[in-house]
Design a protein around this ligand. Structure first.
Ligand code: DUC
Ligand code: ZN
Ligand code: ZN
Length: 483
């Protein structure tokens, strides 16, 4: 059945205009006024509201096996919660264990994701290296629509990628025309600092930010950026949380390097005082990496978003409930790292972005949807309200308010880092693949309705090492024996 969104103001990243949107067979088939619609078309009244592209969360971890447990949110519950909050697509991560066959891991995650209620795609993490990994990168890029590879520069002894892995993987990605993404934290320093903090007798969650200070992120961000510069591959830094890595991104972009930065809703909103909460469970519930930062970093991140140095917003949605967090009761390094946010990102960004004047509604669309679609090469299929695009939409009532709470959220977690925040600007309807899946507080998500989204590679990026050598045209020095 066709669906008509009627009487709203359509807000894209580049323009806003009055119009109706007709959806059929999962696609937007007409946009404008006085549209011809088939008989029996279902209608949604959007008068007084904005109609925007559904949010894309480019960084989630549904049912991730991590730190001895498995994230409590699976691909159904997580994507359903996203739909309630106006997010209609996720890009999650395949994370092979070291030495695990990459294709085996990829197929495992694809199977887990079959129950998704919203569209999804995967970055694939490179956690080790040999020729089989190189081959798998090519297979994924050519045959499976994977155009981004992730590198964890932290988590020593587990999934950490050292410089050798980074260099091999970045160079292969360049040849394939794929993007490299990094979790930028120096894992060696984290390991050293964790031991030091524990040796000082600090075992509670307050030790977490002490062991992962901003400079540890800044070092890794600079290193990844400069490796990407030498090899000429585009780089995307996930969860930029501090001034140090924001500055590194800004420097690189100002010098013409293709570097992108993502920021999490949580890092924009919270500071590190959460780790000193007298309630252990509450402090532990905030343990994620990189940690929330001292006051001052949040405003800098907003400025990064406003100035275009950071382009996307995400959540790193990775849920662990209190009994899981309790694994680190006597040792903060054992608290499973992760916080939730997929249901709240759009609302928090609107309330603290648009209502404060930091972002226009069009800029809001850019940083919650269109920019991710462009960077990950699925635009304008996603991230835009136009004929031919996927019918993934939100209907946004700017006047309505809602209070965020773990008591009412749909996320499968017993905590909400935005607890008690009253936001003005609420999505009243979510359309996913042309179907009304959330309306007036009622979630109608359908298990398995989400589709896998192929993301084609770009053209290969040139080999800077070869090009520079050619430009220099340096002849080898011909030395005489014993000279
Ligand atoms: N950080 C987290 O907090 N959780 C999952 C992985 C990560 O990098
Ligand atoms: Zn990370
Ligand atoms: Zn993550």
């Amino acid at each position: 059945m066709a669906l008509l969104i009627q009487g709203g103001t359509i807000v894209n990243a580049d323009q806003s205009f009055r119009g109706d949107v007709l959806c059929q067979n999962g696609k937007i088939v007409a946009v404008g006024e006085n549209l011809d619609v088939p008989a029996n078309t279902e209608k949604v009244d959007a008068s007084g509201c904005m109609v925007m592209p559904g949010g894309i969360d480019p960084h989630t971890h549904m049912q991730l096996p991590f730190m001895g447990t498995v994230a409590s949110e699976d691909f159904y519950s997580g994507t359903a919660a996203g739909l309630a909050g106006g997010t209609t697509m996720i890009i999650d991560f395949v994370i092979p264990s070291p030495q695990q066959d990459i294709m085996e891991a990829y197929h495992q995650w694809r199977e887990w994701a079959e129950k998704s209620a919203a569209d999804y795609s995967f970055h694939v993490a490179i956690t080790w290296w040999d020729e089989s990994v190189r081959e798998a990168m090519g297979t994924l890029a050519r045959d499976y629509g994977v155009n981004s590879f992730k590198h964890f520069m932290a988590y020593k002894g587990a999934i950490m990628a050292d410089d050798e892995i980074l260099v091999n993987s970045f160079d292969e990605a360049r040849k394939l025309g794929a993007l490299c993404t990094v979790h930028a934290e120096n894992g060696e320093l984290v390991d050293r600092l964790q031991k030091k903090v524990l040796a000082q007798g600090i075992t509670g969650p307050e030790g977490h930010p002490l062991s992962r200070p901003p400079v540890v992120e800044g070092e890794a961000a600079n290193r990844a950026i400069q490796i990407a510069q030498v090899l000429n591959v585009p780089l995307y830094l996930v969860h930029t949380s501090c001034i140090e890595s924001l500055d590194a991104i800004a420097r690189a972009r100002q010098s013409g390097q293709r570097v992108f930065g993502e920021v999490l809703a949580g890092h924009l909103m919270l500071d590190d005082s959460v780790y000193r909460d007298s309630n252990w469970a509450s402090a532990a519930a905030h343990v994620m990496s990189p940690p929330f930062r001292p006051k001052g970093h949040q405003e800098a991140l907003w400025r990064g978003l406003q100035s275009g140095m950071l382009q996307t917003t995400a959540t790193d949605h990775c849920c662990f409930c209190e009994p899981q967090k309790a694994a680190g009761k006597d040792d903060f390094t054992k608290i499973p790292n992760g916080t939730a946010g997929i249901e709240d990102r759009m609302h928090v960004l609107w309330d603290q972005g648009v209502n404060t004047g930091r972002l226009t509604p069009n800029e809001f669309v850019a940083v919650t949807s269109s920019n991710a679609a462009k960077i990950f090469n699925i635009y304008p299929r996603k991230g835009c309200v136009q004929v031919g695009a996927d019918a993934d939409l939100v209907v946004w009532d700017q006047e309505k308010t809602r209070t965020i709470s773990k008591e009412t959220h749909h996320q499968n977690i017993d905590f909400n880092i935005f607890e008690g925040m009253t936001v003005k600007g609420v999505n009243i309807a979510t359309i996913s693949n042309g179907k009304l899946v959330y309306f007036d507080g009622e979630l109608r998500a359908v298990k398995g309705a989400g589709k896998y989204v192929d993301r084609p590679c770009y053209a290969p990026f040139y080999d800077a090492l070869e090009k520079n050598a050619a430009n220099l045209s340096v002849e080898p020095v011909n030395r005489k024996e014993n000279s």
